[in-house]
Design a protein around this ligand. Sequence first.
Ligand code: UD2
Ligand code: MN
Length: 284
Amino acid sequence: KEFVEYKNELLHKNVSECPEIPPDLGPLDIRLLYNTNLLTILSQNPNLRPGGRSRPQYCRALQKIAIIIPFRNRESHLRTWLYYMHPFLQQQQADYGVYVVEQIEDTMFNRGKLMNVGYSIASKDYDYSCFIFSDVDIIPMDGRNLYRCSKNPRHMANSVDKFNFKLPYNDIFGGIVAFTKEHFKKLNGFSNVFWGWGGEDDELFQRVVAVGLKVDRPDQTIARSKMISHKRDSGNESTGKSFALISKAHKRLHKDGLSSLNYIISITSHKLYTKVTVDIGNGE
Ligand code: UD2
Ligand code: MN
């Protein structure tokens, strides 16, 4: 078996590069009420490898993409995401892996810290060059919306139905963001100190600015996406502390983030994704 894998690797190195723009992409019919189950998704994605990995068979992808999803108690959203996104990413000829980072314990949710954990685990798994940090509840409506990194950090949730396909404010940086490995390291990842809802995304934007980078956004027509409607989760209330934290973002940049990450972890390889289960504490 190992020999077969080794041979496959060698063969794959020799196939030609994939085109920058994959063929046959267009608008998609996304119906979020669709209720599916994991077996259906599995049968519709026969070529997935363990841990929710895939890569194009007949060409070599230009980027290796880790998709990091912060998660707790959103099973039905995750099923919907997997149902749409595995075919979507394969159609885009992506070389990718899906990492669902689940916070156990019913302490306050910490989206930023979960993203950092996902980055650090995925980096050890494969030679990823691009990291896409995505909420579990956003589904793109057009195949031409390439899930890729670009020259600058990219905000990809710039055309969500919930906000009437507009930016609710100029510097919004939530929902889905894509970073090259180099850029994510440069800004020391997300802050780890945002517990509860809100602010971690705005802080990340401040970090991008502080290290002198600019933000790209995809074309707003092509980037149209749906967010599954939901209430605020319990355990993810707003603490009201974000605003004060963000105003000091630049002071924490180098000491709070990837450089100060601590957690207790277990990793399970599911067929549709790699589940990273973490205890990230409660901020004390
Ligand atoms: C906005 C942002 C989101 C984040 C949040 C503030 C957009 C489109 N979205 O979304 O990225 O910045 O505000 O923190 O700008 N989650 C769980 N379980 C929980 C709580 C959260 O799995 O109990 C995960 C899940 O992936 C979810 C994400 O965290 O999609 C963000 O939480 P949200 O969906 O409640 O936040 P929302 O929709 O207000
Ligand atoms: Mn949401």
